[in-house]
Design a protein around this ligand. Structure first.
Ligand SMILES: [Zn+2]
Length: 258
């Protein structure tokens, strides 16, 4: 059971907002307005949603066809596996439009000589940060589906999906994104120089959008073991999957199907 920390009224419709411990942005389940608890006011961040396309039985069919695809999977995966649970969650994301400029000085040593290099580069990102602390989600493997987003509206939620409020607010999400972009630029720079003498990345957050996207968290069983599969609830595409390793059979096993 989840503890309800306190109850306050929605600034728009007056309905009680159910607030669970740790949540930072609450979406009113009656009118769809967002409230930033730290400020205690209505939130004017742009809020979008991606609709879910699959219900429970439809996603089971998507999982089955996913199991039949690809040569890296056991050939009997679809036949011999069982879906243990499939949960649709509307996961909160911040899509942060960042311009990041890195200035650097360093030395390239890989040619055998020490060549001093300096320069700068600027990149623009729409960086994704998940608004939940306890949820593992591979943001870099997730692409916003081409079917696109709509302005947030409660009627676009599906009944069998669990709506999750964000545990981060815009400010904290921006700090996380800035840190991740700096790390990413350090990684990019490693292809330019072998030794970084100095490096400075200026982060400029242009815009932040709040988004709820449908994600399926699935567990399936195969050969006595449990595997995880994360699927995009708008497209049925795999976002991340654990796949059983194919048992290596000898040449006779292959020939005779043993
Ligand atoms: Zn309301």
């Amino acid at each position: 059971m989840v503890e309800i920390a306190e109850e306050i009224g929605c600034p728009d419709c007056g309905a009680p907002l159910k607030i669970k411990a740790g949540e930072a942005i609450i979406t009113c389940e009656y009118c769809g307005s967002d409230v930033n608890l730290a400020v205690g006011k209505k939130y004017f961040l742009k809020h979008s949603i991606i609709s879910a396309k699959f219900d429970n039985s439809a996603i089971a069919k998507e999982v089955e066809s996913w199991m039949k695809k690809g040569f890296l999977k056991p050939s009997d995966l679809a036949r011999r596996s069982k879906i243990l649970n499939a949960d649709l969650k509307f996961l909160p994301f911040f899509i942060i439009n960042i311009s990041a400029k890195t200035s650097y000085e360093g030395v390239m040593t890989r040619t055998g000589q020490n060549i001093e290099k300096k320069g700068d580069f600027t990149k623009i990102y729409y960086w994704k940060v998940v608004g939940r602390r306890g949820t593992f989600f591979p943001t870099t493997s997730y692409q916003i589906p081409a079917s696109g987003k709509a302005d947030f509206n409660l009627s676009l939620l599906s009944k069998d999906g669990k709506f999750l409020n964000s545990e981060l607010d815009e400010k904290e999400a921006g700090e996380i994104a800035s840190q991740e972009v700096k790390e990413h630029h350090k990684f990019l720079l490693s292809s330019e120089v072998d030794h970084i003498t100095s490096m400075d990345t200026q982060i400029d957050i242009k815009n932040t959008e709040f988004l709820h996207a449908p994600i399926w968290f699935i567990n399936y069983e195969y050969g006595g073991k449990t595997y995880e599969l994360i699927m995009d609830g708008a497209t049925g595409e795999e976002i991340k999957a654990q796949i059983p390793t194919i048992e290596k059979k000898g040449i006779f096993g292959k020939l005779f199907g043993a």
